[in-house]
Structures are given as C-alpha cells and as structure tokens.
Design a protein around this ligand. Structure first.
Ligand code: NAD
Length: 531
C-alpha cells in the first residue's frame, strides 16, 4: 500500500523547491516566524500550497519556534507518529489509527518546547544541558548527587568550562531544572545519559549506566529518543541498554522509540574546540534512530558525523583516546632514553613538529590522568580479551609506561638531590599542580598525587600547591601550600607537575634552589632540569 501524508507546514516553502533535503546546519527563516532547524525528508511540495507530501522513508522534521525554542512536533501524537514513523510504521498500524491517514493531520504543536533529560550533571552532562538550554530546549538535569544539585540550583558551577553566569542565564530562561527527582524527567523527548564509566580492579564498571538506564526505562514513551554518551566498549548500547530499556518500557527499541550512541569529545580547558564547534559523531540502532539522534545534535553543534552503528561510534571514542594514550607513552619512553643519552627530547619534539605532514606532536609528562586516558584504553583491551581472548599489546605497553612515570620522576628527583649531597628522606619537596592537566580542576587519576605519595614513602616532606583545587578536592593526605617566595626558597626541589597559567613562573625560577620541570614550562636556567 502506498502511503503519503499531506503535512501543512506553517512556513513558507520556496517556490522553486520541490524536494527538501537541506544539509545539516542549514537554517531557513520563514515569514511565518518558524525556522527550519533541519529538514530531512523525502517530502514533495504540493504545488501552490504550503504543504509537504511525505512518503515513507527515513526522514524527520525539526522546527524552531518563533521565540527560538525547539518544538519537536512530538506533542501532537498523530503528527509525531506520522513524522517519526516514516518507513517504520507498518501500513496496517497507520491505517488503524484515525487521523494518520487521510491527511491532513494537525500541524506541529508549538505550545511546548521539546523536553530533554540529561542524566548526570558532571563534566560531560552539564555542558550538554547548558547548550541544550541555549538552543531552546526545555532541559531537566537529573543528578544523583544532592550537593551538586544544590550548587546548580544556587547557580554555582563545579565544572571549569561552565561559568556561574551560564547557569544563572539557564535558570533565567525558565528552561533548566537541575533535580534529584527522577519524576521531573517524565515526558522527555530526548534523554542523554552521561554517567561515569570507571574501571573497578581493571574491569569496566557499567553499573552507573545500568542504573541510569533502568531508572529511565519506565519514562520512555513512543517516539522518545535515548542517547548514551558515556565512554564504553563497542556493543554496550545494543547489548546492554536496549534490553534494559525494552524490559522497563515494555516497548521495542527502534520500532517504538529511538536509541543511539554519541561519544563526548569534550576537552576541558580547551578554548578553541568546545562542544559547539567540535564535530559530533552520532549513531542509531536503525535508520530512524540515527535520524532522530542526528536531528537532536544538529540543533546543538555545528556539524554531526553519522556512522553506521552504535558499535562504530563506541569504537571511535576508544580509538581517539587509545591513540593519544599510546603516543604519550611513546614520547614518555623516548624522554627517559633521551635523558640517558643526554639529548634534549623537548628540542627534538619541537623540531619534529615543524614537519607539516605525517607527525603529530605529543609531549612527555609525569603520567596521564583524568577520566579518559587512564581508563578508556582498558575498556578496549578488556573487550578484546573477553571477546577474542587476545591481548591488546599496544594498550598494555602504554599502560605500563604511563603508569610508571611517577616512579621515574621520583627517581630523577632523587638523582637531583644527590647532586646536592642530599637524600630524599628528610628533604622538603614542593610540588606545583596536582590536577591532571593545565588549568583544569580535575584531579581524578592524576599523576601528581601519585608522585607525592611516592616521595612521601621515601621520607620526603612533601607540600603541594594547586589553585585550581577547592579544599574539598585537594587530596587530604598532602600538605597544602600557597605559592610564595618563602615556600619556594624552603624547598630542596620544586617539581612542576602541572603547569597552570596561574603560577608566577618568574617567581618560581627566581626563588627555587632547584626546579624539576616535567612539562617544559619554565625558561632554561642553571637551576632548572627538565624531564
Ligand atoms: N570528563 C571528560 O573530560 C570526559 C570526556 C569525554 C567523555 N567522558 C565520559 O563521559 C562520562 C561521564 O564523565 P564525567 O566526567 O561527566 O563524569 P562525572 O563524574 O563528572 O559526572 C557524572 C555524574 O553522573 C552522576 N550520576 C551517576 N549515576 C547517576 C544516575 N543513575 N542518575 C543520575 N546521575 C547519576 C554522578 O553523580 C556525576 O555527577 C564517562 O563515561 C566519561 O568517560 C568524560
């Protein structure tokens, strides 16, 4: 049976257009005040009218309302079923429902903006929630942690890349609600899951994803879209999420609601590439899901990169981070050998990076940290081991090299003290920077605190400075210091573990007796030694 629906669209269609398929990101402003945020359709304009004739196929329509809010036509059940159904609504089902055939169905109901539930308001979830508010969605930020929700309700951010002003503006828009109450998510059109995926004794711990999915499942409605953003191994969306959502909702993923995966590529502290202008990889478990996920992200970011399946999208994220992890391990090992060979590895790296092709610069350091590099590659090697019984040797080698960097740095500090006829035991060592990267407030898995532990275990009196760590986040086992001339002069060695811009580097090299710089941040002086 041939299906076609006539959809009256309250906007002007270009006279010369018969088929609509504008590329992602194209925004058409209509005289009626609507904007086509994106229209992917097999629809044919009905000559002389403001109607589209839509036939079955993978298409979807997203509207922006006059006031900038996004209005999926989801609040109009007939139209939504019609729009999202495409080729996936069987003719029998369609014809059994009044209004769907014998068009025209009702136009998009624009009385309510589409509702987005972001599960987890952390480093990933909060920026997504803020961006979704900014482009016009109604956003619920569902978060388990009471403290975090209280701070968000007070307009106080705990994520460096999201300012207090952004949260306040989100509140002012009336379209952001941080909450610990799951019921606030009900009626969502799109849910984005951004919960942690740690390792527990070297094994992927997907319990946060499982819990969040189980909680969300009863709230899934026909036509809703669920997207996972947490980093995980290939197969998670289809093998873990889909069955939990099916069981909890009583519906079939793909047929009744949409499901996909889109890896987060956020780089905390990067002011050039942010959520908005970094291309976003998107996927769905079937064509309709892909379209829906793609439509959602097309409203948030400048460009989306569709891939053929969630497995591919899941692998993309692990590939990106494994690539980084392995290359950092390579320069770390090189730095150790170069030091023994008495060659300046930093100068070599700088010179190599003048090659305009075939080389990408990575720099050595005291180890890797954060939520991604120490964790993500192990998700991949675990999956390879489990599914294929094989060892992912590059990942294991990189883990080995990077994990031992704090020990290597401690050995170099020992050697440095030796030059002054001093033992580590009893020496005072000042460590600058404990977070895993410059200008970040994230000390998770960071090598700085590990280095402090190693030195303290050898008997050193270790003190550390990190202006980016609030008191609650500063490791309690380490004595906290402020950067001052007295503090620098009192140390036998000052170690640059993280090169925050906030540090006064002239003061550091001017006052410290000896500086061991693992980041090549300070100027070369007789009292400075580099990793
Ligand atoms: N931080 C990054 O730079 C980064 C970058 C890319 C990808 N990722 C990935 O994104 C995911 C999230 O990372 P993150 O850094 O945002 O973690 P995070 O710990 O900062 O935030 C996760 C939040 O989820 C909350 N949460 C946990 N279970 C919940 C539940 N059932 N319901 C509601 N809230 C829940 C936690 O309380 C926490 O606030 C991880 O898989 C991580 O690997 C992180």
């Amino acid at each position: 049976m041939e299906l076609a629906w006539r959809i009256p669209i309250d906007c002007e269609l270009r006279e010369d257009t018969t088929k609509w398929a504008p590329p992602a990101g194209v925004v058409e402003r209509s005289k009626a005040g609507y904007q086509f945020c994106r229209l992917v359709t097999l629809g044919t304009r009905v000559a002389g009218t403001r109607s589209l004739l839509l036939s079955p196929g993978p298409w979807a329509v997203t509207f922006l309302r006059r006031d900038g809010r996004v209005a999926f036509p989801s609040r109009s059940p007939e139209l939504w079923a019609c729009l999202v159904g495409g080729g996936h609504v069987a003719p029998e089902v369609v014809s059994s429902q009044p209004n769907l055939r014998n068009a025209p169905p009702t136009p998009a109901n624009d009385s309510t903006a589409a509702k987005v539930a972001v599960i987890g308001q952390g480093y990933v979830g909060l920026p997504i929630a803020m961006r979704a508010v900014e482009v016009g969605f109604d956003v619920v930020g569902y978060e388990r942690d009471n403290e975090r929700v209280k701070r968000l309700q007070d307009g106080r951010s705990y994520v460096e890349d999201v300012s207090d002003a952004t949260i306040t503006a989100a509140h002012k828009s009336g379209r952001y609600r941080p909450t610990t109450d799951l019921a606030d998510c009900s009626g969502f059109d799109v849910a984005v899951i951004t919960v942690p995926t740690p390792l527990r004794e070297g094994v992927p711990d997907l319990s946060y994803i499982e819990d969040a999915t189980r909680e969300l499942a009863p709230l899934v409605r026909p036509g809703s879209t669920v997207v996972l953003e947490s980093t995980t191994y290939p197969g998670t969306t289809e093998e873990l999420l889909a069955p939990i959502l099916a069981a909890g909702s009583g519906m079939v993923p793909g047929r009744d609601f949409r499901l996909g995966y889109s890896p987060e590529r956020i780089d905390p502290g990067n002011h050039t590439w942010d959520l908005h202008n970094t291309p976003k990889v998107v996927s769905g478990i079937d064509a309709a899901s892909l379209t829906s996920v793609q439509e959602f992200y097309a409203a948030l970011v400048e460009s989306v990169v569709p891939v053929s399946s969630p497995k591919v999208a899941e692998l993309v994220k692990l590939l990106e981070n494994t690539f980084r992890h392995v290359n950092i391990a390579l320069v770390n090992e090189l730095a150790m050998f170069a030091s023994d060979l008495d060659v300046d590895v930093w100068e070599a790296i700088d010179a190599a990076s003048t090659k305009p092709f075939g080389f990408m610069m990575f720099t050595p350091g005291p180890g890797v940290g954060g939520h991604c590099l120490p964790v993500d590659p192990s998700y991949l090697s675990w999956k390879v081991k489990r599914a294929l019984g094989a060892s992912f040797r590059f990942v294991e080698l990189a883990n080995d090299v990077n994990d031992h960097m704090p020990d290597y740095v401690a050995r170099r500090i020992t050697a440095l003290l030796n030059c002054d006829r001093k033992a580590v035991n009893g020496s005072r060592i000042l460590v600058l920077g404990l977070t895993y990267k410059r200008n970040s407030g994230d000390a998770r898995e960071s090598p700085g605190p590990v280095l402090c532990d190693r030195l303290a275990a050898l008997g050193a009196e270790v003190r550390a400075v990190d202006p980016h760590l609030a008191d609650g986040k500063f490791p309690s086992a380490i004595a906290r210091a402020e950067l001052s001339a007295e503090e620098l002069r009192a140390a036998d060695v000052v170690v640059v573990a993280t090169d925050h811009d906030a540090f006064d580097w002239d003061l550091v090299v001017g006052q410290a007796r000896r500086v061991f710089d693992t980041r090549h941040r300070v100027a070369r002086r007789p009292n400075v030694e580099y990793l």
